[in-house]
Design a protein around this ligand. Structure first.
Ligand code: NAD
Length: 256
């Protein structure tokens, strides 16, 4: 049995990494999925690979006009949105002395503002449909501080707070709001951030990732699919009495 039969989902940052795996899992489970991403060509490629139940939407979650246009396109095409996955996120590292106001604003605009304003855009339609479900993306970095990652960690801690507040505000509308806090997941996000591998400085990239994975209690970096499966659960009726929660999906990493 497919768990998301008849549902319409919009996944921000859906073109690659975790977002792409969620789009694929949702289509597999019977949903129609809007792959919404700032990288429009990549979103088109992902949607084409997923077949007729996926559509590409060019969307920059820091731009309210772009969010509104994208949401309207999905509502016009498929009648409404049942599931919003606020997966789009960016990461940057900087020691305190090198943090710039621009980087501070950019990470908050995408990771926190994008989450809030995408929710603001879909909630009226969810209310009209009598309910819905929002899944936000925090991180193990939102559970605890990390050296040289002050801004990203703060944004991901803020997402936990946004999740709790929106869950309480929207419960009366039948809209559940939860978050996922991934650990270390092997996606393109890691390919651009060498600083994360600092303690394995002289090893080649594949070896660095293997060593990062070995330090996880379950013994490997997570795959995007290992995040997508819990994202199916949270969107499904199996999670109908769960709201305001942030689910760690991290192989035990943040506890270790
Ligand atoms: P990724 O960089 O591989 O993919 C992120 C996607 O978001 C990209 O397709 C990108 O184009 C899109 N995006 C970025 N800015 C956008 C914007 N302004 N508007 C629309 N789309 C935008 O990242 P990922 O590893 O797949 O991460 C997905 C989510 O999971 C992020 O919120 C990230 O912070 C979180 N996360 C990732 C990890 C990890 O180890 N990979 C760990 C914890 C949390």
């Amino acid at each position: 049995m497919t768990r998301l039969e008849g549902k319409v989902a919009l996944v921000t940052g859906g073109a690659r990494g975790i977002g792409r795996a969620i789009c694929a899992a949702y289509v597999r489970e019977g949903a129609r999925v809007a792959v919404a991403d700032r990288l429009e060509a990549d979103a088109r490629e992902t949607a084409a690979a997923l077949g007729g139940n996926a559509m590409a939407v060019g969307m920059d979650v820091t731009d309210l006009g772009s969010i509104a246009t994208g949401v309207r396109a999905v509502e016009d095409a498929w009648g409404g949105i049942d599931i919003l996955v606020n997966n789009a996120g960016i990461f940057n590292m900087a020691p305190l002395g090198e943090i710039t106001p621009e980087d501070y604003r950019r990470q908050f605009d995408v990771n926190v503002g994008g989450t809030i304003f995408a929710a603001q855009a879909v909630v009226p339609g969810m209310r009209r449909r009598g309910g819905g479900c929002i899944i936000n993306f925090s991180s193990q970095a939102g559970r605890r501080g990390e050296p040289n990652i002050t801004i990203y960690c703060s944004t991901k801690a803020a997402v936990i707070s946004v999740t709790q507040s929106l869950a309480l505000e929207l419960a009366k509308d039948g809209i559940r709001v939860n978050a996922i806090a991934p650990g270390v997941i092997d996606t393109p996000m890691w390919d651009v951030v060498d600083g994360l591998f600092a303690k394995y400085e002289n090893r080649e990239k594949g070896e660095k990732k293997r060593l990062v994975g070995e330090a996880v209690p379950l013994g490997h970096m997570g795959t995007p699919e290992e995040i997508a499966d819990p994202a199916v659960f949270l969107a499904s009726d199996d999670a109908r009495y769960i709201t305001a929660q942030t689910l760690n999906v991290d192989g035990g990493n943040w506890m270790s």
